[in-house]
Design a protein around this ligand. Structure first.
Ligand code: CA
Length: 627
């Protein structure tokens, strides 16, 4: 801060000199200043936090003095930084400020050189209406570039460095927001309740821009996906259909093509190294009490990739920029939740501050963090948790259950053993004591960064169904990866393109259209119908959504657990062996007490008495218990 004060002082001095020159009868040369943009582009009246930081960008804009005359809005501070092309203007908005257009004048030598009409909008949504996502939801992860091309005219938008090339697995294939919206009915029919799209913000990068994680404008939807208004419409239409929308945000890095690149506000805006230094990707370093500073620095300050500039969130101006950016998108669009990328990579104190600020504005909001670590206690460090020994408290509401994903990937492929097969599932679930609330874990079998579940399970339809039955009935908030419902395959070692293939039917010249029953093969319909049945049933059953979980140690390759609440109880039996098994139910009497009958969720078979049940090889039996 001392530097800023000094620069402000210098500016004051420059102004004085200008006045002296004028007084001495010389003609002061008109200073040329430009205004390119202000971020955030607009704001709202009546936000809980009265402060607003404007980042003003334009050639030599720092030579100008901003002046505002708007009832209820004061300039608290004007901050000059290293680059002369930025001004940070901190405003305070009174709680009763009236929405309208606020004129910002930029004065040079006392004269207005530029004027900007800054909109203070009326809030459209009561903050209490932001309810986030919860155990009643099933999240469908999709990559917009690879899901469906609803508007071929935007495939090669002007000004974008990378052109569409569907023959390139790492290229842009043309999918877009329109394509997602067009298939809302498909998603409703399948039975998911929320969509998580990988980032839709501008990625004006020369290559691999389709994945979206190298953002080059944090306030703009990429033209090849649509425009900001299209995204707003998509969220609104999703809500009308009863679908929630989760936005993928990235605070660790931006694309090296961001306009900041050649004109950083301050040199410490990015984490800088004498030469390119990659992160060591060891998220565990952050919570490691024995870690070296050099390992920590590499983890947090190292760059994720050559195309991704590592942001320094310890710079307070950047930190505020990012926090406001996320609030801007929520308020602007009515988003239901956020998935935050590479959670352990930014500074952890900043992430905790971000969550705190977000929850102050939207108390019932949800953020799920990508904490890609393999054991429950490492993941739990990042969950809203008061027990961390180092005092760290993340405030993060949800984390992905990576340990369970790994267990799912192995369990159904293995012969049963003491610590193999179904025992892996039991083992991970039994460690739930490390979490503040294990129900808030977002569970998944695969995502866009690894082998597809169908491939992990050797393209075995029965194993696939077993895995999906487990995912949709165990604790947590399940997340599916697009195309799993039609058993899409893909292996990461063949390249990311292989696990991010185009959804068949998303492009008008596709030979088959898996969005329709007629366009799916018999096997695909079989998988789709299985998923659909479970997903729609899950929507109606609160016990399986959020009821308590009690599980029995797997025996003879059978894993049995119950989900129950005051409204009912569900018994799930997973046979992870290659033989049909007749299971004596007496071992489960603790949970069967008070119930006399049951009904199979998958085939509606009735069970007149609860003594024994036949579970086919490599299959699930899910029973709704009846009193
Ligand atoms: Ca398109």
């Amino acid at each position: 801060m001392h530097r800023m004060k000094k620069i402000s002082h210098l500016t004051f001095k420059a102004l004085l000199i200008g006045m002296v020159l004028l007084l001495s009868g010389m003609t002061a040369r008109a200073e040329k200043v430009e205004l390119t943009r202000i971020d955030p582009p607009f704001w709202w009246a009546g936000m809980k936090n009265p402060n607003l930081q404007l980042m003003v960008y334009g050639k030599d804009i720092s030579k100008a003095t901003p002046v505002i005359s708007y009832t209820g809005i004061q300039i608290r501070e004007v901050i000059h930084v290293e680059s002369p092309n930025y001004l940070f203007v901190n405003l305070v908005l009174s709680p009763d400020v009236v929405p309208g257009t606020m004129k910002i004048d930029f004065l040079v030598n006392g004269k207005s050189k530029l004027s900007y009409a800054y909109e203070i909008k009326q809030r459209k949504i009561d903050p209490a209406q932001f309810q986030g996502f919860d155990n009643s939801d099933v999240i469908y992860l999709l990559m917009p570039d690879r899901f469906a091309n609803g508007d071929p005219s935007n495939d090669d938008a002007p000004g974008m460095l990378e052109k569409a090339d569907r023959s390139n697995p790492s290229g842009r294939h043309g999918g877009d927001i329109k394509g997602i919206e067009t298939h809302f009915d498909y998603l409703k029919d399948l039975g998911v309740t929320a969509i998580w799209t990988t980032p839709l913000l501008q990625n004006n990068m020369p290559a691999a821009s389709y994945h979206g994680y190298a953002i080059t404008d944090l306030y703009k939807i990429d033209k090849r996906f649509g425009v900001n208004q299209d995204y707003i419409n998509m969220v609104e239409n999703a809500h009308q259909k009863g679908l929630k929308v989760i936005m993928d945000m990235v605070f660790n890095h931006v694309g090296t093509g961001y306009y900041w690149k050649n004109d950083l506000p301050m040199q410490d805006w990015y984490n800088q190294w004498p030469e390119f230094t990659r992160s060591n990707y060891r998220g565990g370093v952050v919570s490691d009490p024995h870690a070296t500073k050099s390992d920590y620095d590499k983890m947090v300050r190292g760059w994720f990739d050559t195309s991704m500039a590592d942001l320094n969130q310890q710079n307070h101006l950047l930190a505020e920029f990012l926090i406001q950016n996320s609030i801007w998108w929520i308020e602007y669009t009515g988003l239901d939740g956020i998935r935050q990328d590479t959670y352990p990579y930014p500074y952890s104190d900043f992430m905790a501050l971000w969550m705190k600020r977000l929850l102050e504005e939207y108390p019932y909001y949800n953020v799920v963090g990508e904490v890609w670590l393999s054991d429950p206690q490492s993941v739990a460090y990042w969950e809203n948790n008061i027990t961390n020994k180092d005092g760290y408290r993340s405030n993060l509401t949800n984390v992905f259950d990576f340990p369970l994903m790994q267990a799912i990937s192995s369990a159904f492929n293995e012969e049963e053993g003491w610590d193999k097969g179904a025992a892996r599932l039991w083992d991970i679930i039994s460690q739930d004591y490390v979490y503040t609330n294990p129900m808030n874990l977002v569970t998944f079998a695969d995502n866009h960064d690894g082998d597809r579940i169908y491939s992990k399970l050797g393209e075995d339809d029965n194993k696939f169904k077993l895995a999906m039955a487990f995912l949709l009935t165990t604790r947590g908030i399940p997340q599916l990866y697009y195309g799993s419902e039609i058993m899409m395959s893909g292996k990461e070692h063949k390249g990311h393109g292989d696990i991010r293939k185009d959804f068949p039917g998303g492009w008008s010249d596709d030979t088959s259209n898996a969005f329709t029953r007629e366009g799916r093969t018999r096997e695909q319909n079989n998988a789709f119908d299985f998923m659909k049945k479970l997903l729609h049933w899950r929507q109606t059953n609160t016990a399986v959504q959020s009821g308590k979980l009690t599980h029995y140690i797997p025996e003879n390759g059978i894993y049995v657990y119950f989900r129950y609440n005051d409204e009912g109880s569900v018994m799930v039996m997973l046979n992870n062996t290659n033989e049909e098994k007749t299971v004596d139910l007496s071992r489960f009497s603790e949970n069967l007490q008070g119930y006399s009958k049951g009904r199979s969720v998958l085939d509606r078979t009735g069970f007149d008495q609860l003594t024994e049940i036949v579970v086919p090889a490599k299959s699930p039996v899910i029973v709704e218990l009846v009193k």
